[in-house]
Design a protein around this ligand. Structure first.
Ligand code: MN
Length: 248
């Protein structure tokens, strides 16, 4: 199996090393990742600037650092690393959750989206850590993926569908298995904070308080809060077919 590994935390991130280590057990791996952290860039792509590519190694495998975003990395990867195509795109392991609407902001998920658009089976993997400074437990994500990558990469899926996986940031023996669940609710309130620089000029810091709804059962947020790995199939056909039919 020919595997392209990418991420949005950058080529030097701990999570991509964990992902490469698992991926190489399943086939030939080439990694193409941003040259620095690019989290929360969504499905953006670079159009007005050149992409500089630097050859590197991650855990001994062929790797490239790209002066761009995850989407750029997948497209560079399919041109430079795997010009004849590949069988699987793996994106991650992200150093934070991509639950609910986070998927729309996520560069990690965007890497899987771009793989899907290119007709390649794609999986995004994130560690759902919720406290600042808490351990990411990338080894838990790696171990779970080792046990589950075969079905994730071979199960029958429609052409526009990929997997978004969120692994609780806990020790592997504490995991309660996995659940296949829809996107849940995880939003931010008090999103933009006004502060002042040393000269009294205002600036704004975006972040806010996360509001999660782990109480809504059978969602990704619920699953992770209960210690389950959340596996969410996502389709790039954003059309609301039920509403389409009703309006017609
Ligand atoms: Mn990230």
């Amino acid at each position: 199996m020919r595997i392209l590994v990418t991420n949005d935390d950058g080529v030097h991130a701990e999570g991509i090393r964990a992902l490469v280590t698992v991926a190489r057990e399943f086939g030939e791996v080439k990694a193409v990742a941003p040259d620095r952290e690019r989290s929360a860039c969504g499905h953006a792509m670079t159009m007005r600037d050149p992409l500089r590519v630097t050859a590197s190694r991650i855990e001994g495998v062929e790797a490239y650092a790209v002066s761009g975003l995850p989407v750029d990395c997948v497209n560079v990867g399919l041109t430079l690393a795997w010009p004849d195509g590949c069988d699987l795109v793996l994106s991650g392991i992200n150093n934070g959750p991509n639950l609910g609407f986070d998927a729309t902001y996520s560069g990690t998920v965007a890497g899987a989206m771009e793989g899907t658009i290119n007709g390649v089976r794609s999986v995004a993997v994130s560690m759902a850590v919720f406290a600042d400074g808490a351990p990411y437990h990338f080894e838990t994500g790696a171990t779970w993926l080792r046990e589950n990558l075969t079905w994730l990469s071979t199960v029958d899926l429609p052409p526009l569908t990929f997997f978004n996986v969120n692994v609780p940031a806990i020790a592997y023996p504490e995991l309660e298995g996995h659940r296949v669940v829809p996107m849940g609710q995880r939003v931010y309130k008090d999103r933009v904070e006004r502060r002042e620089d040393p000269w009294g000029r205002p600036y704004y810091w975006q972040g806010g308080v996360v509001v999660m709804r782990p109480d809504i059962p059978d969602t990704d947020v619920w699953a992770v809060s209960c210690g389950h790995v959340a596996v969410t199939p996502i389709t790039l056909d954003w059309t609301d077919h039920a509403t389409l039919a009703r309006l017609r």
